[in-house]
Ligand binder design. Structure first.
Ligand SMILES: Nc1nc2c(ncn2[C@@H]2O[C@H](COP(=O)(O)OP(=O)(O)OP(=O)(O)O)[C@@H](O)[C@H]2O)c(=O)[nH]1
Ligand SMILES: [Mg+2]
Length: 301
C-alpha cells in the first residue's frame, strides 16, 4: 500500500474562512474562529485523513497590509506557511470578490507559486448567486494559473469533499507525518490560551481584541483527573483592564466560563480555569510574547 502525506497551506485575506475550513477538514476545533478579521495569529496545523493520505492543513493568519510589529510577524508567518507547503489553497470570499487585498496576494503568489501547486477555493458560496460565482471564477483564473478551482462553503460543508479528495491526490507519496490519532500539534497550553482569546475577541469591541494576548502560565494535573489552568490576559492600558474585567468582574467571569466549557469539552474532563488580567504596556514589542504565540519576533522587525 502506498501512503501519501504532506502540507496544505490555507492562505487568504483575514476572514476568508481559513480556520473554519481547517476545523471542518480535521473534524475538530483546532483553530479559533470569530466574525472579526485577524483572528488567527500564528500557523496552526490540523491533521486530516483521506483514504491512504494524511493531509496536514496549515491554517495561517490572514494576509493584509501590516502596520504594527505583530501584523508584520503574522503576515510573515502566513507567507512562510505557504512557502513550506506542498500545496497552497488560496481562499477568496465569494461575495467580496477581487479586492485590493486579493490583488496583492496574487502578486505574492507569483513568487511563492514557482514549482508549487496552487489551488483556488472560492468560499462562502452560500452568500452569492451562481452567475456571479462563474464570473468571479473566470476573472480569478485569468489573473493567475490556478491548478484547480473549488467553490465551497466551509461553514455548511458544501464542496469540501471534492477539495479534500483532490488535495489527497496532489500530495507526494510517503509515510505519514503524524501518528494516526493526532489531530493537532499545538501544545495543550497554547490551545487553551487560544480558546480564551476567542472568547475575549467575541465579547470585546473595536481595537481591544487586537491589543491583548493570552498565555497559559501554569497547568497543574490533579489527582482527581481534573486540571487547574492559570492564564494571564495581557492588555496595554489600565482602561483596557477595566473593560476586560467589567463591572464587578462580570465580563471576565463570563469569558472564563465560556472558555472553560470549551476546554472541558475538548479535553473530556473537568478543568478549573483561572484568569488574571495584567497591564503590560509594551507586550507588543516583547520577543517572549511572540514566541509564546508561535511567531518569529524578528519577522516583525
Ligand atoms: N456565510 C458563510 N460564512 C462563513 C463561511 N466560512 C466561514 N464563515 C464565517 O466567516 C468568519 C471568519 O471565519 P474564519 O474561519 O475565522 O476566517 P479566517 O480566514 O480564519 O480569518 P483570520 O483568522 O482573521 O484570517 C466567521 O464568522 C465564519 O463563521 C461560509 O462558507 N459561509
Ligand atoms: Mg483564522
Amino acid at each position: 500500500m502506498t501512503t501519501r502525506a504532506g502540507f496544505v497551506a490555507l492562505i487568504g485575506e483575514p476572514n476568508a474562512g481559513k480556520s473554519t475550513l481547517t476545523n471542518l477538514m480535521v473534524g475538530a476545533k483546532v483553530s479559533i474562529v470569530t466574525h472579526k478579521v485577524q483572528t488567527t495569529r500564528a500557523r496552526i496545523r490540523g491533521v486530516a485523513l483521506e483514504g491512504d493520505a494524511q493531509l496536514v492543513f496549515v491554517d495561517t493568519p490572514g494576509l493584509f497590509k501590516p502596520r504594527r510589529r505583530l501584523d508584520r510577524a503574522m503576515v510573515a508567518a502566513a507567507w512562510g506557511g505557504a512557502a513550506d507547503a506542498d500545496v497552497v489553497v488560496l481562499m477568496i470570499e465569494a461575495h467580496r470578490g477581487v479586492t485590493e487585498g486579493v490583488e496583492r496576494i496574487l502578486e505574492g503568489l507569483e513568487e511563492i507559486g514557482q514549482g508549487r501547486t496552487i489551488a483556488l477555493a472560492i468560499n462562502k458560496i452560500d452568500k452569492v448567486e451562481a452567475p456571479d460565482l462563474l464570473a468571479l471564477t473566470k476573472d480569478l483564473n485569468e489573473r493567475y494559473a490556478f491548478a484547480e478551482t473549488f467553490m465551497i462553503s466551509a461553514e455548511r460543508g458544501h464542496g469540501v469533499e471534492a477539495l479534500r479528495t483532490w488535495l489527497a491526490n496532489e500530495l507526494p507519496e510517503g509515510p505519514w507525518l503524524y501518528p494516526e490519532d493526532q489531530i493537532a500539534d499545538l501544545p495543550m497550553r497554547m490551545i487553551a490560551a487560544e480558546m480564551t482569546r476567542e472568547k475575549l475577541t467575541l465579547r470585546l469591541h473595536q481595537e481591544l481584541p487586537y491589543q491583548l494576548t493570552v498565555e497559559t502560565e501554569n497547568w497543574e494535573e490533579r489527582k482527581d483527573g481534573s486540571a487547574k489552568v492559570d492564564q494571564v490576559v495581557y492588555v496595554v492600558r489600565d482602561g483596557h483592564k477595566g473593560i476586560v474585567l467589567g463591572k464587578r468582574g462580570e465580563t471576565i467571569k463570563a469569558i472564563g466560563q465560556a472558555a472553560r466549557i470549551e476546554l472541558e469539552e475538548f479535553m473530556g474532563r473537568k478543568i478549573h480555569l483561572f484568569l488574571q488580567v495584567k497591564v503590560r504596556p509594551n507586550w507588543l514589542e516583547e520577543s517572549e510574547r511572540y514566541s509564546e504565540m508561535g511567531l518569529d519576533f524578528k519577522d516583525g522587525n
